[in-house]
Design a protein around this ligand. Structure first.
Ligand code: NAD
Length: 494
């Protein structure tokens, strides 16, 4: 049994209802957590609020050192954490190990930036007068995280928040709280002070909403779906809380006639089917120049056919189950709609039979060619292992279709012509564009969506701006200005 983590310790809340955590590969319970609500959120926020002054006043280099030690301890526990993550999320063990390491790398990236938090100095505002731009942490940050990458998406918030002197109350997804709770314990055992990082489990409408509404929370850092993001933005407006919204996506990939088709097909296969297709940044709409379409589709179909499906704990598995029955139902509806609209199924579009896979939420990797351009796979986010492919005449048509989505998260283009690629990168309406590269996210580059994929940046040094606020200070030296012929003071014009 796992419990909420408040003020540096697991707190048993026997009076609360418990939420079952289910292994998506076998459909059986692997643990449970309390369904926290407004009371538990209040307890966690107050503990963070009390821890804030001491953490804020800890020298930045020391904060970095403490965070670095905590990250190192998590790395040492990969062997314990990865199976836990697989059991609650469903992803293959290899991907779970990658995810925990990625969480650590992101924290280390911000540890490295701890000594680079900067304000500003503006000389000669007036005679004997200069200005300072002071950068301060915000205070209590509410971090709300989805189930697809429960730990890396937490790390994207925890790193910049803690290193800049903020304190955090995290609300993991209802179905994936176990690894987060264990990580909080490990980080505190390794020296993170009590109250600096708290975890409250519960539903979105319960614990999540209470966190957004709590008056002592200064900012909500949210990753999740676009509809939930819209709700949170409206709620946060009541107190004018800062928000960063990392929302859904429907990334286009354009394959031109001069592309390296073999590499592009590999990138499409990995980019769509990693994490069983449940990634915000994933190839979700593929546009191929018609002159190379048949050759490209054949290569891609070959790769899709070789993806080994099975429980995340089995050797060599590349595609685990979908995370829940609900996700699979939704995907099945979208695929059915694509087929009804005229799409041809080149692979999958069904549940696998046998091998005990019927106990879990498995679905075969699916390749669809030419569903209608207004079908659901074209207009909605597809959060599962199904990839629609369309043939296009030229770059103009490809860009028009790519930009026709309400989303604007990632995008990619494959071509040997760098002028063409550069032009497309400027015109693609997305927060990230990869040219001849798989969709890998780098800590060094700021990441965030455009359009209905949200706003604000994670990663990069830029993320620090979203966890701090600046204020201006005017400093006048203690000398009589009249003697020096200084300007008469003017009243503020603002
Ligand atoms: P979701 O929006 O349903 O839930 C995300 C989190 O919000 C969960 O912790 C949930 O409990 C909480 N929540 C739900 N309703 C809430 C409310 N009313 N108040 C407060 N909190 C609430 O999303 P999901 O289905 O868990 O995750 C999948 C979605 O996340 C996809 O749309 C995916 O594209 C998106 N995503 C985006 C990024 C990104 O960086 N842009 C990364 C990963 C996932």
């Amino acid at each position: 049994m796992a419990e909420v983590f408040i003020n540096g310790e697991s707190v048993e809340l026997s009076r609360l209802e418990r939420m079952a955590i289910v292994d998506p590969a076998i459909g059986e319970e692997v643990g449970s957590v309390p369904a926290g609500g407004a009371g538990e959120v209040d307890q966690a926020v107050r503990s963070a609020y009390e821890a804030f002054p001491a953490w804020r006043d800890t020298p930045a280099a020391k904060r970095g050192e403490i965070l670095g030690g905590a990250a190192h301890a998590v790395l040492g526990a990969v062997g314990e954490l990865a199976p836990l993550l697989t059991s609650e999320q469903g992803k293959p063990l290899r991907e779970a190990r990658l995810e925990i390491r990625r969480f650590v790398h992101t924290l280390e990236h911000y540890v490295g930036l701890a000594k680079n938090i900067r304000g500003g100095y503006v000389p000669d505002l007036d005679v004997d007068t200069y200005g300072l731009i002071i950068r301060r942490p915000l205070g209590v940050i509410g971090a709300i995280v989805p189930w697809n990458f429960p730990t890396t998406l937490l790390g994207n918030k925890l790193g910049p928040a803690l290193v800049t002197g903020n304190v955090v109350v995290a609300k993991p997804a209802d179905t994936t709280p176990l690894t987060t709770l264990r990580i909080a314990e490990i980080m505190h055992e390794a020296g993170l002070p009590a109250g600096v990082f708290n975890v409250v489990t519960g539903t979105g409408e319960g614990a999540g909403q209470a966190l957004v509404e709590h008056p002592l929370v200064r900012k909500i850092a949210f990753t999740g779906s676009t509809p939930t993001g819209k709700k949170l933005m409206a709620l946060a407006a009541n107190d004018l809380k800062r928000t960063t919204l990392e929302l859904g996506g429907s990334d286009p990939m354009i394959v031109c006639d001069d592309a390296n088709l073999e590499k592009a097909a590999s990138a499409a296969s990995v980019g769509r089917f990693f994490n069983c297709g449940q990634a915000c940044l994933a190839i979700k709409r593929l546009f191929v120049f018609e002159s190379v379409a048949d050759e490209f589709i054949e290569k891609l179909a070959g790769k899709v056919g070789r993806l080994k499906l099975g429980p995340g704990t089995a050797e060599g598995v590349m595609l685990g189950p979908l995370h829940s029955a609900r996700q699979r139902d939704l995907l099945e509806e979208q695929v059915r709609d694509a087929v009804d609209s005229g799409g041809e199924v080149l692979h999958g579009a069904k549940r696998p039979g046998g091998d005990g896979l019927d106990r879990g939420f498995f679905y075969e990797p699916t390749l669809l060619v030419e569903p209608a351009r207004d079908s659901r796979v074209a207009t909605e986010e597809v959060f599962g292992p199904a990839l629609p492919v369309w043939r296009v005449r030229d770059m103009e048509e490809a860009l028009e279709l790519a930009n026709s989505s309400v989303f604007g998260l990632g995008s990619s283009i494959w071509t040997a012509d760098l002028n063409r690629a550069s032009d497309a990168a400027h015109r693609l309406e997305a927060g990230y564009t990869w040219i001849n590269s798989p969709q890998l996210v780098y800590d060094e580059l700021p990441f965030g969506g455009l359009k209905q994929s949200g706003y604000g940046k994670e990663h990069g040094i830029e993320a620090l701006d979203f966890y701090t606020e600046t204020k201006s200070v005017v400093v006048k030296k203690a000398v009589a200005t009249q003697e020096l012929g200084g300007a008469e003071p003017q009243p503020s014009q603002r």
